[in-house]
Design a protein around this ligand. Structure first.
Ligand code: PLP
Length: 400
């Protein structure tokens, strides 16, 4: 029989993948299932990005590259950080990996000793706690309720810092809530962090470009430059440029950390795809007008779903500042009875009900560390969203 490492008992496969599998099973049975569980823009990768990849193939850029990014891509990232975030990095302070995921994982592997603590505000992106555990660390989650806009407060942060704290993870705008921190909120967190030099800051800015209602994105290194020498500013092309399959993510940070991350990468995946790196250069140096157009479409969809959910008795939803998720509360549904007599006792039960009775796949909030909520992605064709909302309303009306 197969022996599995002890560390495997601490981690689970992503729950968003589990619900997608269940939805696919129902589809195989002939049901029309609307999938709102996956965090992937339905837009296509922009044409100029695709053209750059084709040109790279024809030019023979099909071999190994430098481990943590080609000089061209690192230069484009340095310029992006300067232009869009007011952050000054050198190419030696830049790391490129196979998706934002690998960059985050490299950073945790390079820094965590057994038992080191990582503060993760909840609700959180599902991968953070498991990545921490795989790297030998201990995730310390802090509940950030709806009353705080799903955001970590200075007092909440202060209360969980210990001498073993190695990292604070920030993610704004957030997956799964869409909550975005203001400069003033980051200022308050920075004031706490300045008093605790053992804490590094991992800021996951993956959804920077997807934002609404004039909410202004700002990253903590720009708010407090004195934190820059212990901040890893993570970003990527997956969400903003609809490039999830290309697998390119990147980060700027202190050189010693970037070097250690490169060592890990050199012994695992070597370098991210050469063709994808050429495409990412085109994305980061190319036109950005398409972003405003896509954000307008996203905002329409957001508002359509918000209106629908907030008019269903038993559901309520806060308005997100960015990203393409809604995180409605289903507290009002707990205790209600389905037509077949089954009682909805949790957000997992509610998500199962929506899948079975409305044919809509969502992810229960407990997967993200806060119940009873559920997450939908509205990065789906508008007509499908309209149908999904109508079906959810009709199914909810059958609950007693
Ligand atoms: N960070 C957050 C908050 C995400 O939601 C995702 C993707 O779902 C990632 C990072 C990873 O993105 P990728 O590995 O595709 O670059």
């Amino acid at each position: 029989s197969v022996h599995l490492a002890a560390r495997m008992s601490a981690v689970q496969p992503s729950p968003t993948i589990a619900i997608t599998r269940l939805a696919n099973e129902l589809r195989r049975q002939g049901r029309d299932i609307i999938g709102l569980s996956q965090g992937e823009p339905d837009f296509d990768t922009p044409d100029h990005v695709k053209a750059a990849a084709k040109a790279a193939i024809d030019a023979g850029q099909t071999k190994y590259t430098d481990v943590d990014g080609t000089p061209e891509l690192k230069r484009a990232i340095v310029e992006k950080f300067q232009r869009e975030n007011g952050l000054t990095y050198t190419p030696a302070q830049i790391s490129v990996g196979t998706g934002g995921k690998q960059v985050l994982y490299n950073a945790l592997c390079a820094t965590l000793d057994e038992g080191d603590e990582v503060i993760i505000p909840a609700p959180y992106w599902v991968s953070y706690p498991d990545m921490v555990r795989l790297a030998g660390g201990v995730p310390v989650t802090v509940a950030c309720g709806e009353d705080d806009g799903f955001k970590l407060t200075a007092a909440g942060l202060q209360a969980v810092i210990t001498p073993r704290t190695r990292w604070l993870v920030l993610n704004s705008p957030s997956n799964p809530t869409g909550a975005g921190y203001t400069a003033a909120e980051l200022r308050a967190l920075a004031d706490v962090l300045l008093q605790h030099p053992q804490v590094m800051i991992l800021t996951d800015d993956m959804y920077e470009h997807i934002r609404y209602d004039g909410w202004e994105f700002v990253t903590i290194g720009a708010v407090e430059p004195r934190l820059l020498d212990r901040t890893l500013t993570c970003n990527g092309v997956s969400k903003a440029y609809a490039m999830t399959g290309w697998r390119i993510g990147y980060a700027g940070g202190p050189e010693a950390l970037i070097r250690a991350m490169a060592t890990i990468q050199s012994q695992s995946t070597t370098n991210p795809s050469s063709v994808s790196q050429a495409a990412a250069v085109a994305a980061l140096t190319g036109p950005l007008e398409f972003l405003a157009e896509r954000n307008a479409v996203f905002q329409n969809r957001r508002d359509l779903c918000l209106t629908a959910f907030n008019s269903i008795d038993g559901l309520s939803c806060r308005t997100p500042d960015g990203a393409f998720y809604l995180f409605p509360s289903c507290a009002g549904m707990i205790g209600r009875r389905r037509p077949d007599g089954r009682v909805i006792g949790s957000d997992v039960d509610f998500a199962t009900f929506l899948l079975e009775d409305a044919g809509v796949a969502v992810v229960p909030g407990s997967a993200f560390g806060l119940a009873p909520y559920f997450r939908i992605s509205f990065a789906t064709a508008t007509e499908r969203l309209e149908t999904a909302c109508a079906r959810i309303a009709a199914a909810c009306a059958t609950l007693a």
